[in-house]
Design a protein around this ligand. Sequence first.
Ligand code: SF4
Ligand code: SF4
Length: 367
Amino acid sequence: MKQIKRFIDCYIPTETCNLRCHYCYITQKKRFHQQLFHLNRPVEEMKEAFSQEKWGGSCIINLCAGGETLLAEEVVDVASAMIEAGHYVMIVTNGTVSGRFEQISCLPERIRRNLFIKFSFHYLELLRLGWLEKFCENVLKMKQAGISFTIEVTPSDELIPYIEELKAFCIENFGALCHVTIARNDRTEGIDILSKMSLEEYQNTWKGFQSELFEMKCNVLRNFYRGGVFCYAGIGSVYLDLMSGDYKQCYCGQTLGNIYQDSVLAFRAIGKRCSFPYCYNGHAFLCFGDIPAYAAPTYDRMRNRQCADGTEWLTEEMKSVMQQKVIGKDDLLKKREIIQDTVCYGKELMTSKIKQVVRRLIHHETE
Ligand code: SF4
Ligand code: SF4
């Protein structure tokens, strides 16, 4: 098992989906553009862009689209190329594109063991379409192929009458209860929960699933305030657009460079400059250790389940990989370095503001 250097949250620019979940945060923001991802460069060039020399070692890469990730055929080639380059890959999917799971189950063992599938379980939508059986077959196919996986449900108010039915379904078909995420309302400034209930009522309603993922997400929502703590996103993790190659410190913050154009990649911590109301994907960023001051559980606990028959959703190797933190003692910046960075950032901000004002003045004069 390799030491993990960084977590890369990688955006796949597919912006369409074969489901229509009522709580979908992408439809809320009207971001379905009927666009399917096509790799616009040779796989070899992509492998080169993901070389361990560039990234400083092995990384965990999360592939997630603005729609269904596995609609695009090339995603499997992309994941394989990343694993060939020495990384571990997670794919987020709604679990319904059966042809793709067939393709994945035929990958060589050295690829399959470094792959993790996050099945988003859209129970009501699958029920409506009559696709529950197909979903279960695809989960089973991954398990039989020795691929680590997790199953996660979105706890919407509409699903409440089905809670007991859902629990029984999970035990019967997946050997354990599914994990529970939180439904979020991206249209609100505070990125609130998408529910008529208070957070406390919401927690009480869904706690029966005993999901550490749900507990972690609720804790972050309750207790974590931006600006108060130093975040190492930008060093321990980055947000990458696979198509353009641009990578940023996080969903907010500075663009640090381009993985296809830059021969040496730059990393710089976002520090206390996060502009989000809370770390809504903290179950990944915080669990992988982006904020060492926040005592977060390890990421495997967000994903694994022990089944009644003694098997687990994560393989032993994947579990050990997901137990790691990306920021070790040696990576911590000294007080002096943090002050230097803050001063430097202030200067950069000032320079860019002055340039903006000058540009506006010139533009005004030439009108
Ligand atoms: S499967 Fe995911 S992307 Fe597709 S509609 Fe449901 S929530 Fe949205
Ligand atoms: S606090 Fe969370 S969302 Fe904000 S920059 Fe850090 S990792 Fe990203």
